[in-house]
Each structure stands twice: as structure tokens, then as C-alpha cells.
Design a protein. Sequence first.
Length: 271
Amino acid sequence: MKRTEIISRVARGGDGQLAPGVELHLLATGAMGARGLTTALAVFHPDANLPYHRHAFSEVIVAVSGAALVRVEGRVYRLGPCDAMHLPAGTAHSVQNASSMERAVLHSSFASDVPSREVVAASYAERECADVPRGAAEGLVRFDLAPVYELAPQAYFRDLFAKRLGAQGICGGYGLFESGASLPCHFHEFDESITIVTGEAVCQVAGKEYRLSDCGTACIPKRRPHRFLNRSASPMAMIWVYAGDEPERTVVDAGACDGSCDWSRFVPPEA
């Protein structure tokens, strides 16, 4: 059966608790139909802490709002909005809300469509780190220092994780669309998850159209044509994640996205 897009909207209560005061909201997983990636939101209430654990695959944590303390084998990093921390497979880490007053919302991406974690019973001597020390396995990209490029007119992007930045199996970043901005219709050779973190987006996928906001997410299968547009009067922003090491895309006729022509004319069938 040909796979189709997955649309996820964040609901109250989510998909359970990871730890006391830490709510999980799954956005895209293999159980939903995604291949090669999982994306999720974790809502940390004030002072909430997710104890040390590790994964058998890469993870990237991006702060959507609030501030987080990420501890990696004792090295303590403070993440502000849209800072990105890459954690290689097997790296022990914990995550805590840095505030005792406000909640923190974190977006996590995993290089696997079957999410899992292993609790680590260990203690580490701690030291605060503004940057990653020489020889440490993890990676940190500060949002304010990430290069900005204009992917389409008035659509400004920053790559936050990729193979060239140390990540394995996933890549992604942040895109800001000014009013009226859009990307051309395109497809990828791997699945993509797109979470709208600011404003409202119009998402066109192979002739269908969706409106997404408030961390609503579209997971687009490999070789399915899609595009995002900002038809509102305010900026729109997204966190995008590909199930591949580096970004790539193939641009096709706009009709493959808006439904004005048969998109299979332009796109080879999924392998």
C-alpha cells in the first residue's frame, strides 16, 4: 500500500509521562507509518527532570520554549530557544527544566522509527560547559550562531544538525517564513517531519491541504510531493527533520502539490 502523510496535533495529556512532570507527545513514529525517524515533544513542568538514560541511536534535542539543562556524562549545558544538542548513540544524558517557575518545551528527533531508551544508573562529577570540550562525543549548535540562508524568497533557514555537524542518520533545522513566503513543490529521498513552532502554516501534500499551528506536525513519506506556505499576516516558523544525513530535495511542478495535475507524472514511485 502506498504510504501517505501523517498529521499530528498536540493534545492535552499527550502520550503519557516520561518521568514525574515530563509529558510526552509523539509526533511521528514507525507505529504511525514513519520510516527512519521518530519526532516527539517533551513538556517539562517547572524543575522537572528526566534522569540519566541512553539510546541505541542518535538523538537531537531542540529547545522550543523555555530553557533546559542537558547533562551529558557530567557535562552540563544550558539550552535556550532553538539551541540544538546532538547526542550520539550510547551517550548517557539527562534533561532538566532550568526554571522553577516556567515550563520548557523540547523537540526531540531520533534516528530510528522505533523509539526506546535505557535507564543509566550512574553518577558523574559535574561541570558547566558553554561549549563542547575537545574530545567530547556530543555536539551543540547555538541558534544565534548558526548561519542563515534564504532557501526561497523571504524563507530563512538555519541548519542545526547534520552529518557535517556531527549527527548521524538524521539532519534538520529551523525555517522562518515571512508573510507570503513559500517553498516550491518538492520531494525527498527520505521521510521528513515538520513541526510548526510559530504562527500558522499551510501544508500542501500531493493535492491535499492542511493548516498547522501550535506544534502541529506533518510527517511526509519519501518521494511524496509537498510544500509549506505562509498565507497569514505574521511570521511562521518550523523545525524540520529528515531521516538522512544531509538535506536534499527535488523540485517539481507546483501542480504536484496543489492537485492541479497528476503528481505521479513527476515523482518516481517509492522504493
